[in-house]
Design a protein around this ligand. Structure first.
Ligand code: GUN
Length: 294
């Protein structure tokens, strides 16, 4: 059986080209580009890289993206005050506070302060609630990007059995909800799941997002399954590795994402798409194709 590599890097470049045209059209219509504030608190090296990549992608498509970098010991009041300012700023349509925050800062207090209409991460309870009840809203970038990657590669979801490994706010929980909204039968597994391999071996689609390098090997996979790897860790040799043992799983899978170059670039392309959607919402323009979450 030949295996399709789900190339997120290539698709994200195509999406960024499309977004560049969309942004130019929006500037013609409204006289300003969409604006995204990516807020980095502290100097976590991985977060610095992610934030640099997000800002560079904005620059590429013409989204206004001011650098906002705060000291790791910034006070809660100052950070919340900054979010209030960004909520009021008419040039800013999206606000993303990079996680994790330094110890001592209350993540929920920060995320809940963001105006839901500018919540391009889709983490605010209003947006999570809208997603649960099936309204078109801003949805988390990584799982939304995975759906785009599947759709654009012609992988059907309806009626499939999807197994999601991990139950985080950022990936696992929203992934399960979004797959359900697309008529998959969904099982969510986590660190306490019994007989994990039995669960995953039933899956037509496996989404590995538990942060355990190379844990998902051939023993976890049904022949012909679609395998999505959200993991991103540094191996002993310094190279990036995912949660999937790529060499052993590749020959079994019908389609698989590489690490790097799979899910990661799709997360960034979706962040820009969410920013454009937030702009359209705030400017009273029709939304780009609606997302169905029934
Ligand atoms: N840290 C890792 N992934 C994410 C994400 O999608 N959004 C934010 N804000 N922080 C992250």
């Amino acid at each position: 059986m030949s295996t399709v590599v789900l190339n997120g890097r290539e698709l994200s470049q195509t999406l960024l080209e499309e977004q560049k045209e969309q942004v130019a059209e929006l500037v013609r219509k409204k006289g300003r580009p969409p604006g995204l504030a990516v807020v980095l608190v502290g100097q976590d090296p991985a977060s610095e890289t992610y934030v640099r990549n997000k800002r560079a992608a904005c620059k590429k498509v013409g989204i206004h993206a001011p650098d906002i970098n705060l000291d790791p010991d910034v006070s809660r009041e100052k950070l919340l005050g900054l979010i209030d300012d960004l909520n009021r700023d008419p040039a800013i349509d999206g606000i993303l506070v990079q996680l994790p925050l330094p110890a001592g800062l209350d993540k929920d207090a920060v995320l809940f302060r963001i105006d839901p209409s500018k919540d391009v991460d889709g983490f605010h309870p209003v947006n999570v609630g809208k997603m649960v009840i099936g309204l078109d809203t801003l949805t988390p970038c990584t799982p939304t990007g995975i759906l785009t990657l599947l759709d654009r590669n012609g992988v059907s979801i309806s009626g499939k059995h999807a197994v999601v490994l991990g139950r985080s706010l950022i990936v696992g929980k929203p992934m399960a909800l979004l797959l359900l909204s697309r008529d998959a039968t969904v099982t969510v597994c986590h660190s306490r799941t019994a007989r994990l391999q039995e669960e995953t071996r039933r899956a037509d689609i496996v989404v590995a997002a538990m942060g355990k390098p190379r844990m998902v090997n051939a023993d976890y996979i049904k022949p012909g399954a679609v395998v999505i790897d959200v993991g991103i860790s540094r191996g002993e040799d310094g190279k990036l590795v995912g949660d999937v043992d790529y060499p052993s799983v590749f020959p079994l899978a019908s389609a698989i994402t590489p690490v790097p170059g799979g899910v990661g670039p799709m997360t960034i392309a979706t962040l820009l798409d969410n920013t454009i959607r937030a702009f359209c919402f705030r400017e009273g323009l029709p939304l780009q194709p609606p997302r169905k979450h029934t």
